[in-house]
Design a protein around this ligand. Sequence first.
Ligand SMILES: Cc1cc2nc3c(=O)[nH]c(=O)nc-3n(C[C@H](O)[C@H](O)[C@H](O)COP(=O)(O)OP(=O)(O)OC[C@H]3O[C@@H](n4cnc5c(N)ncnc54)[C@H](O)[C@@H]3O)c2cc1C
Length: 400
Amino acid sequence: MSKPIPTRNAAIERLESFLPTAGRDYRKLRNHDLGPGRHGHVSRLSPWIRRRLLTEEEVVREAVACHGPSRSEKFVQEVLWRTYWKGWLEQRPSVWQVYQEDLRALRTRAPVGLDAAVAGRTGIEPFDAWARELAETGYVHNHARMWFASIWIFTLGLPWQLGADFFFRHLLDGDPASNTLSWRWVAGLHTRGKTYLARPDNIARYTAGRFAPVTGLARQGEALTETQGHPRVPLAAVGVPEVAEGTGLLITGEELAPETTALGSHRLAAVAAGFPGRLAADHGLAEPVVSFSTDAARDALARAASHWSVADTWLEAGSYCADALKWARTHGLNRVVMHKPAVGPWQDCTLALAETLSAAGIRVAWFRRPWDDEFYPAARAGYFGFFKAVAPRLPGRSPN
Ligand SMILES: Cc1cc2nc3c(=O)[nH]c(=O)nc-3n(C[C@H](O)[C@H](O)[C@H](O)COP(=O)(O)OP(=O)(O)OC[C@H]3O[C@@H](n4cnc5c(N)ncnc54)[C@H](O)[C@@H]3O)c2cc1C
């Protein structure tokens, strides 16, 4: 399977080619990991959806239109996991903050076994193969991510935070919510006390016998615990601000099809985009992740400039904030609209940028899609309660 191309057109093409598989086949076969280049049972849409080059809403609408609500349900449920994780983390930002603090501390004293694990030299054959697949392709199948995280935590006894960091640095779909919370879920920190244990028979069955027999795996996975609680912070809807004369749009990396939002019907004075070097450096992102993110932002900028018939401005990685300020001044902007950043690295960068603009007397206004405003607050407890609450409001589904 070829490398994903970071454009909205490529995302739409991939969706169209996968759609016939998104019904019964997906339900039956999605858990099978056939190995690098052979992931045809799953969509591989995540690098695009994660950046909103393609939206969850578009994917759900097309899947339901193609297969009907019942046959598409499994696929739709998987797509909604992203919304659930994002909504959950948005309401418990301390999980991300504490995880970042833990990482800073752990990086100063790397545990024994870490180097072998990330280099794929542990001697546990499937684990080593997945570590290499991740570094070489930026993708690992969902089931393999679960097995990998479980072996990392319970067999190798390594801190979950370093495993999540390894994933985040290399995954083309690296997402602070899906990644951090999935690792915590495997460790027994999300659904308290309930862990996910990788079993040799399950690995053999779902990898077409590529890894059999696997020996030496932990037979028990005792749930990790933490002393810190994570109180829920209620969310307010954001919506789309009024767009008056002199408003520019600064496109940030988590919302790369802004012309498909309600902003699309307003007049804008200028658009800009970039991929901040600080974000890449602070999180040690691998080169393919940085290139994919940068090219995806360039694609968004070109589309936006054409949609709003305005000049496009690229903000250089090394001078992202300074370039943004220069752009706003050059176009005489009195207001800059940006996507309200979700908890994670983009939030840190975007809030710093907002401060720079505000200090220069330029107002910053946020926007968020109705999908997020409506569904995030429902991610309060477990996934299935969340899905039950949101399902009647999904495209193509009638309210009960
Ligand atoms: C330890 C661990 C770490 C993970 N880290 C990430 C991450 O950093 N970024 C990320 O996007 N996903 C992450 N996932 C979730 C999931 O593995 C990927 O979204 C999925 O494998 C992407 O492949 P796909 O597009 O072929 O998925 P498909 O099976 O085709 O699913 C369609 C879409 O649904 C969404 N989706 C499917 N499964 C999940 C899931 N379990 N959680 C959230 N969304 C899902 C994705 O947007 C995906 O593109 C992680 C899972 C685990 C167990």
